[in-house]
Design a protein around this ligand. Structure first.
Ligand code: PRP
Length: 216
């Protein structure tokens, strides 16, 4: 049995559809209830529904064998897991954005609001630019509007949130998509099952242009 950490929400729905289409369906997942564990013994899968930000924690700590997680979260938290495949789903960009009238002041640190402090620090360190981080957990776009920060570092998917809050993108610096990850010891001890799933996902996702990626 493979334990799969599946992110709740739109990305998880897309990934579940992909897994179901290659033989790992679990019909009861559509039941209207508050259950968090669903299994299909015949297909050898048990789905664990978790918050997207927690997927890599479940996998790293061996509560799940494999999982699906955004590259943004992998880059931010650097979990000790194998990153096996770019699924080509959930594509978005990591961006710096600011109010439309933002000019910038090179003489003082940039105040950066973000859910991704490590990614933001690494980005500005490359430019040797001093920053002050304001760590938020959501609604990041509010920060520059209210003067809490100069800029935000956040993911942009459709661009609607940026547009509708009258912000402008200053830089796009990382391409993000969903990755198939595995716990290191599961990959050793359940190698056949994980590789079978990986192979089917690769075949199914090939049209989207995924590629095997190096271990983190
Ligand atoms: C994310 C992100 C942006 C928005 C971008 O937020 O932080 O706010 O989506 O998407 P868009 O370009 O398609 O508008 P999320 O929906 O996760 O909500 P949050 O504010 O609670 O973090």
């Amino acid at each position: 049995m493979l334990n799969i950490a599946l992110p709740k929400g739109r990305l998880g729905d897309q990934v579940y559809e992909l897994l179901a289409s290659v033989g790992y369906d679990c019909k009861s997942i559509y039941d209207d209830n508050r259950k968090l564990v669903f299994e299909n013994e015949a297909a050898g899968v048990r789905y664990l529904l978790v918050k997207p930000i927690d997927v890599a924690i479940y996998v790293e700590h061996h509560a799940a064998d494999v999982g699906i997680v955004g590259k943004d979260i992998l880059l931010e938290s650097r979990p000790d897991v194998y990153e096996l495949l770019d699924l080509g789903l959930g594509r978005c960009r990591m961006c710096v954005a600011a109010r439309e009238d933002y000019a910038g002041d090179p003489d003082r640190p940039v105040r950066v609001a973000t859910k991704f402090p490590n990614i933001a620090k690494a980005h500005y360190a490359k430019m040797s630019r001093d920053i002050d981080i304001i760590k938020l957990n959501g609604s990041i776009e509010l920060a520059p509007i209210l003067g809490l920060s100069d800029v935000i570092v956040d993911i942009v998917e459709s661009g609607s949130t940026i547009r509708e809050n009258h912000l402008k993108i200053l830089e796009e610096f990382l391409a993000i998509s969903a990755r198939f990850i595995a716990n290191k010891s599961s990959y050793e001890f359940k190698n056949e099952e994980i590789n079978a799933m990986l192979g089917r996902l690769e075949d199914a996702a090939l049209k989207e242009g995924p590629h095997k990626t190096a271990a983190l």
